[in-house]
Design a protein around this ligand. Structure first.
Ligand SMILES: [Zn+2]
Length: 404
């Protein structure tokens, strides 16, 4: 490991990177690796280097275990002029994280977490998740030859558990307060020598930074006004913002884009606290949204997300599920089938535009966190049609029903 301290995101207390510690022992807020202030992007062939190799100078590893990689990162940034026009903004870019090895952004943080776990000598990794992160940790454990312990809720649906079970981890359906499991897992990990790579684990944040790094390169270092991120625990948002801040500190970009935290109205603890001008998030008692991946009622990096938004001039917005479903259809109209949580930012842009928070000239990057195939039940909310036609009648059918 490089000789960098971990610092508390609230009080600034320093901790040693060689110790596996996730949160500050004074204020229980998450730790992060100290901000880097110099570094350059590695030369090399994008077809053969790994994401961690390309950005090695911006990551806390002195050396990299190449065999852990499943080819994560280097995802496309797609510009859509038609959707930008429909939303009434200047430019829209979509960072398609669905093209990662387990079809979500989680792989970036998982590969960084596994690197750290290996360096510390762990043979077991774990996570608390019922979705993208569970699949990702289970898959990378297989690749790295490690044991994976995945804690899911007792009543998890088969549609969700099977895509995790296929990687054959130790899959534990937990009977008890799932809401407290994040904190409990850290203690269970200590007792049982399991390195937990949870949603806002310090090294998961380091992996998420690469989303920002790639956006900078893909936009030729000409920064957008805003980056809008579907937000659950707050880990990915923290990582992306830190990535921009480090490139800025290293002189690679002139300004840091403002961050918009997008949540679902049925579970929006960060947004609620932001608009109530509170410094801490309160637990949402009855979370309900079709965007299950961001349905975290008490986000462990919620307070840090609030501090970050306040410090950087960002803001938070929440949208109802019906707007999210419409936004999912809008993304499909430009060829992108995304999970509902990834449509939340598009619905949020519509809302912000209609309320004149956005003036119409902005350049915005929206993060697509995962594939639509992750949650096919959402398809029941769309009107999907097809027609049956005899083979010999197809030409006539087309002539009769469609303009030449
Ligand atoms: Zn602290």
């Amino acid at each position: 490991m490089k000789n960098l301290p971990l610092v508390c995101t609230k009080c600034g207390k320093s901790f040693r990177m060689e110790n596996l510690q996730y949160r500050c022992d004074l204020c229980n807020e998450p730790l992060e690796v100290e901000l880097l202030t110099c570094g350059k992007i590695s030369d090399g062939n994008l077809l053969t280097q790994t994401m961690l190799e390309r950005y090695a100078e911006f990551l806390p590893f002195a050396s990299l275990d190449r065999d852990i990689s499943l080819g994560e990162g280097f995802t496309p940034l797609i510009q859509s002029e038609s959707l930008a026009e429909k939303l009434g903004i200047g430019e829209l870019y979509l960072k398609n994280e669905a093209q990662n090895p387990t079809w979500s952004f989680k792989d970036r943080g998982t590969v960084a977490g596994v690197q750290h776990a290996r360096k510390l000598g762990y043979k077991r990794i774990g996570t608390v998740s019922t979705g993208n992160m569970a699949s990702s940790v289970a898959a990378y454990a297989r690749k790295a030859g490690m044991e994976a312990f995945i804690f899911v809720s007792k009543n998890i649906a088969a549609e969700k558990i099977n895509p995790i079970a296929i990687y054959n981890p130790h899959l534990i359906r937990v009977d008890g307060d799932y809401g407290n499991l994040y904190y409990e897992s850290l203690k269970i990990g200590q007792t049982n020598q399991i390195y937990f790579i949870n949603s806002d684990a310090t090294f998961r944040i380091e992996g998420s930074k690469t989303i920002a790094f790639e956006i900078c390169e893909q936009l030729h270092f000409d920064m957008p006004d805003y980056v809008i991120i579907p937000t659950s625990a707050g880990g990915n948002l923290r990582g992306i913002e830190k990535g921009f801040r480090e490139f800025h500190a290293c002189g690679l970009i002139e300004n840091v884009p403002k961050i918009i935290c997008a949540q679902a109205s049925g579970c929006s603890p960060i947004c609620n606290a932001f608009h109530a001008k509170q410094e801490e998030v309160s637990r949402v008692l009855d979370p309900h949204t079709i965007a299950h991946g961001i349905e975290n009622p008490f986000p462990p990096s919620g307070n840090q997300t609030l501090r970050l938004l306040k410090r950087t001039g960002g803001f938070a917005v929440a949208v109802p599920d019906d707007a999210t479903i419409k936004a999912q259809a809008m993304l499909a109209e430009i060829g992108l089938f995304v999970q509902p949580e990834s449509a939340v930012p598009i619905a949020a842009i519509q809302k912000l535009r209609s309320e004149n928070y956005l003036t119409g000239k902005e350049k915005i990057v929206s993060i697509i966190t995962g594939s639509g195939l992750k949650f096919t039940e959402a398809l029941t909310h769309h009107t999907l049609t097809s027609v049956e036609c005899k083979l010999e009648d197809i030409s006539r059918y087309i002539r009769d029903n469609f303009d030449q």
